[in-house]
Ligand binder design. Sequence first.
Ligand code: FRU
Length: 492
Amino acid sequence: MNTKLITLLAFIGMLSSCQFKSRDVGDSDGGFDEKYRPQYHFTPPGQWMNDPNGMVYYEGEYHLFYQHYPDSNVWGPMHWGHAVSTNMINWEHLPIALYPDSLGYIFSGSAVIDWKNSSGLGSEENPPMVAIFTYHDPIGEKKGNIDFQTQGIAFSLDKGRTWTKYENNPVLSNPGIRDFRDPKVSWFEEFNKWIMILAVKDHVEIYSSDDLIKWQKESEFGQNIGAHGGVWECPDLFQLTDNKGVKRWVMLVSINPGGPQGGSATQYFIGGFNGKSFTPEDSLTRWIDYGADNYAGVTWSNVPENDGRRLFLGWMSNWQYSQVVPTYKWRSAMTLPRELTLKNGRLYSYPVLEFNAKIEVGENLTQDKYVLEDITFGLSMDVETVQPFELTFNSSSDDVLKVGFNGEQFYLDRTNAGIDSFHPDFAAIHFAPKTMSDRLKVELFVDTSSIEIFINGGEIVITDLIFPISPYNELTLSGVKPQDTKYFRIKL
Ligand code: FRU
């Protein structure tokens, strides 16, 4: 998000906090069954949420922290909300982990386990969990300064339950640039150091450290490559072995605005990394998702080697309209957790294996029309050759959602899919490019107010919000045989 917008939003946040009196995220009074509340996606118990933060696996728990404003359902002074899960699907909400302090709001960042206690903040017997985040100083910003974003750290010695801010924050001061944020830190054994990738306006910067406290700048990347329709945010850098056994590096960079559907989106680069600088293999602009609603996604750190997966989660919204979507008690959900893999030069993302436990055995359709009884469901289809097809979801309130392939491109049409008057850019058709193969497997998951489409195991993905006035209750197939289509209930 750009910083002028941030000031405006903070102001709106202050105004609306008058209406929504302060309540802690821990004491949700709702049953999570409000209209449009997703049932199998992560949502905060109440109030505002944006980016996933501090994703780290430790002692059997996946930690998810998130940008959170507990006093309002729109963006405001940022805190880190917190939840844990053993499977990335069912979450236990925990108290807020990090509160704003005299150095500023707590913007996005990451968390690591400092196994060797390089920071000295714990011990080797009890290694600290260290959060590395951006301090955004609203007072400095208001004064017209440009150095109001710095990087700070905090640590926990009790599995993320309580946190202490490092006494000499910030650990990385601002060199005089307005947008300087969202540190993603990883330990890379082969280089024997901590690497931080940071979003800096129109590029990323790479820093290294031995102790998570003293950081040294190594390189910059991105000024003349990739999409530049907006500010760069929330980067990530990791290695993946592709389907030919070749190790390559992947860099994720979120951008806002300038995404393929307008507003926010996440691009990625494939290349090499030598511990100091990243070299892309080509100059293609690639998108992790062609929907409008997958932003600021990054990956979990410290996933055990014997698991070895690269696990991703994104914020299922778009800065264009995230603050005015028709949900009030809470705002925003995360995407399904996804595993990232590299195949034939593309980054695939596909729901994590753990999600299978949620899917009930499916039933094949027997005719072109099917009555939908659930507000959460999945569909899977096999299409022999790439031929045009269309799925139409209708509701008794005349909502029509269309998903299809027109011979050239996939599309999701939400121009008439439900409530959309809250923002002029919401009602739109979103297009995605074809796959590399002629055979298609299409899987989609609907959860009350979202749809995620995975084509050929995640080669092409479309994630979109939808707000049908009443739930879709009829599905019509065209160009797809009913016997090749399966309907799944999702266990809640
Ligand atoms: C991305 C972002 C980050 C920033 C955070 C503030 O959505 O703008 O760049 O750290 O949100 O909430």
